[in-house]
Ligand binder design. Structure first.
Ligand code: UDP
Length: 363
């Protein structure tokens, strides 16, 4: 297949602003290339893929970034500014897409989804969030009624945010596992990884670390300074250790030394890349039973699932986390979330989209 991928319009690949979508796209590129597909990636200027490959054509677009939907009001109007990065990326993708089999869109926004109804090239969408916008959810519903195959989700729980979708296509996610080294370090610190923003619930992990009197290493981009300061004040001095945003290679080296990852999203997390990245390094995860992590973690085997927002329950599970066999964590990822497995699911899905589109355009 010849596939044109549209990246997120929130930030360049490698900036961290695009959250999990950045690594998801990079990992999928890796998996698709290994299967021999031809790829063009349309992305903001300065973007870097995890492994620079000569086999991928990166097309840079300049323009004004979109504001992320999870930080806007649910009923906000859709905004496209002049010099919009998003519309620039779509324009470029359509030009290149004329010679391709399909366009695969990663941006959670209104315009690319609307384009599904208005061009002949099939556009498939990997929806990266739960329902975060009234306008986008309504549009997905409209487009879905004509093109039921064009949307895929990372987890069943995420898809349940779109109740009009019957039998959702769930592709999970996957990562290049040779980039993650297994570490058998049961005595390390506690870890937390994610964008430092309210929907990620860092305060609950801080509560647990404080109660245990243990250090909590925090990796990720600070998206909300005042929120970060508030959390700092909740903790005794020395508990929170801000590690900043690291590239995957450095992140996995440090993350692998942790005795546990605490994962505390307050929203319907679509997947939870960081959960799988931790498991890939052998680090068990204690998380709320909510969103993707609720489907990924095997309670009692690769970590523990606490009742959503029950911080005390998180704390109790951390007291027994060393009972988890770290090898089971790595094994689960190898069997379920490699970039090869992810790419296979995506290819099967895209084939269905292409077939359905052909039958509609050339009945
Ligand atoms: N991440 C990173 N370096 C860091 C912290 C986080 O590269 O120091 C990446 C991490 O690898 C993951 C992403 O940030 O891919 C967070 O994705 P996740 O799906 O967990 O949450 P999202 O940000 O999409 O809500």
């Amino acid at each position: 297949m010849h596939i044109v991928l549209i990246s997120t319009p929130i930030g360049f690949l490698g900036s961290g602003k695009g959250g999990g979508v950045e690594l998801t796209l990079s990992s999928l590129v890796n998996g698709l290339l290994a299967k021999g597909h031809t790829l063009d990636v349309v992305a903001p200027k300065n973007s870097k893929l995890l492994e620079a490959s000569k086999k991928v054509k990166l097309h840079f677009v300049e323009g004004k970034e979109q504001e992320s939907w999870q930080h806007q009001d649910y009923y906000s109007l859709v905004t496209i500014t002049s010099n919009s990065l998003l519309s620039g990326m779509i324009e470029k993708a359509i030009t290149i897409g004329k010679k391709a089999d399909i366009i695969l869109n990663f941006s959670y926004d209104w315009l690319p989804i609307w384009m599904t109804l208005n061009i002949d090239i099939p556009i498939a969408h990997i929806i990266s969030m739960g329902s975060e916008s009234f306008a986008i959810s309504n549009l997905i519903s409209d487009v879905y009624s004509k093109y039921p195959y064009n949307f895929a989700f990372h987890s069943k729980t995420q898809a349940s945010d779109y109740p009009f979708i019957e039998n959702p296509i769930v592709v999970g996610n996957g990562f290049k596992l040779s980039n993650y080294i297994f570490q058998d370090s049961k005595d390390g610190p506690l870890g937390w990884v994610g964008r430092i923003a309210p929907e990620k619930g860092l305060e609950d992990a801080a509560y647990v670390a404080n109660a245990l009197g243990e250090k909590l290493n925090v990796w990720g981009i600070v998206q909300d300074e005042s929120y970060a300061l508030k959390i700092e004040k909740l903790c005794s001095p020395g508990i929170l250790v801000w590690k900043g945003f690291l590239e995957t290679d450095k992140l996995q080296k440090e993350l692998g030394t942790c005795r546990a990852l605490i994962n505390t999203p307050k929203w319907n997390e679509a997947y939870g890349n960081v959960v799988v990245e931790a498991l890939a390094c052998g680090v068990p995860v204690v998380a709320y039973k909510r969103g993707g992590p609720g489907e990924i973690i095997q309670h009692g085997k690769t970590g523990f699932l606490a009742k959503p927002d029950d911080k005390r329950s998180l704390l109790e599970y951390l007291r027994i986390i060393n009972k988890i066999d770290r090898k089971c964590c790595r094994e689960w990822v190898e069997k379920n979330a490699s970039s090869n497995i992810f790419a296979s699911k995506v290819v099967n899905w895209l084939n269905k989209v292409i077939k359905d589109n052909q039958s509609k355009n050339f009945p």
